[in-house]
Design a protein around this ligand. Structure first.
Ligand SMILES: Cc1cc2nc3c(=O)[nH]c(=O)nc-3n(C[C@H](O)[C@H](O)[C@H](O)COP(=O)(O)OP(=O)(O)OC[C@H]3O[C@@H](n4cnc5c(N)ncnc54)[C@H](O)[C@@H]3O)c2cc1C
Length: 309
């Protein structure tokens, strides 16, 4: 699998079918939002859905956390799969296969991310630097890291003012429960633990670039508890279900047993996750909805060219 991933990545990049978007994920999202609005879509942000409303086994809308209800001809959930099935729908539309999958299938890990703003031009450094630790980093009681990968964003001018650089360290952990419990039960220790991890990353950076510590202007540490708070992702996972020989790369069912006019899209119906899975599964959902409602499925690119093929 690792070899295949590498070969695919090179092939996509060489065909200009993959790459790094200047501006990061925000820049990608902005284009999609602009296109969606130009086509007449309405986007509401900061609106958490607490329940998917169902009448006679047909999804008819959502109830938001502030009590507002929104009615709909179809409901498509792009939120976390586990929360959608077991919380938003109260576990009423599932079968043994779904339960088994959510119980047994491994997910991508959660993570801590240490983000640092340095008042220094680091363009002489590589974009990705992995530092092997002489003393492994104890991230949490179950996670010992032997290397710390650093992304040095000197190639993206939108991430820091001229002469300054953004640096991140991505630190994976499966021990999401530890961080969630700590945040809930002992805020003081939670903050101290974040500082300890940040200090270990800064020390690693400082060994490579002596004196950089003095030029650090800003530090932010997110943990699996932050991931859950911002995304609601099950187990704080970074990317949904891991693709395994059992799952392959195929899309899972986008419907739930016994529930009409409802679809699921995103990383929880496409093992392997990633940004493309959101678009591909959403396209499949809209195509199925069009077929059901006898509406022609004729998507057009921004330039007006038919994309139906
Ligand atoms: C550090 C990092 C680096 C990554 N790098 C890459 C990469 O290089 N390439 C790549 O392809 N993928 C990458 N991924 C993975 C990729 O980001 C995810 O797989 C992808 O974002 C999943 O898209 P999604 O739409 O399924 O879910 P999400 O992006 O998680 O979107 C779900 C949205 O639903 C919202 N939501 C959840 N519950 C509710 C609710 N109840 N009501 C309302 N809204 C709700 C969430 O707030 C969120 O905005 C990376 C992930 C991480 C964490």
């Amino acid at each position: 699998m690792s070899v295949i991933a590498l070969v695919f990545m090179f092939a996509w990049m060489s065909r200009k079918n993959a790459g790094y978007p200047i501006g990061g994920s925000k820049a990608v999202v902005r284009l999609i939002v602009e296109r969606f609005r130009a086509l007449g879509g309405t986007l509401r942000l900061m609106a958490k859905a607490d329940e998917i409303l169902v009448e006679n086994n047909v999804a008819v809308g959502v109830r938001l956390a502030d009590g507002e209800t929104i009615h709909a001809d179809w409901v498509i959930s792009a939120a976390d799969g586990h929360a959608t099935i077991y919380d938003l729908l109260g576990g009423k539309y599932r079968d043994e296969a779904i339960d088994q999958f959510y119980e047994k299938q491994q997910v991508f890990p959660s993570y801590l991310q240490v983000s640092i703003g340095v008042a220094q031009d680091l363009s002489a450094e590589p974009g990705l630097l992995s530092r092997c630790m002489t003393e492994p980093l104890r991230l949490d009681p179950e996670t010992l890291l032997h290397d710390v990968p650093l992304r040095i964003f000197h190639y993206d001018p939108t991430f820091a003012p001229p002469g300054k650089t953004a640096v991140t360290a991505f630190l994976p952990t499966y021990n999401y429960a530890y961080w969630l419990d700590l945040e809930r039960s002992d805020t003081k220790r939670y903050v101290a633990e974040k500082q300890r991890v940040a200090e270990a990353v800064i020390a690693t950076l400082d060994r490579r670039m002596p004196g950089i510590r003095e030029r650090i202007e800003t530090i932010d540490v997110s943990t699996p508890a932050s991931v859950v708070r911002f995304t609601g992702n099950w187990k704080g996972s970074m990317e949904g279900f891991l693709p395994t020989p059992g799952t392959g790369f195929g899309t899972r069912r986008q419907t739930l047993p016994g529930l009409g006019r409802f679809r699921m899209v995103g990383q929880w119906v496409q093992p392997g996750g990633g940004l493309p899975s959101g678009l591909m599964t959403a396209r499949g959902a809209i195509r199925a909805i069009c077929r059901n409602d006898h509406v022609p499925f004729v998507p057009k690119s921004a330039s007006g060219v038919d994309q139906a093929a």
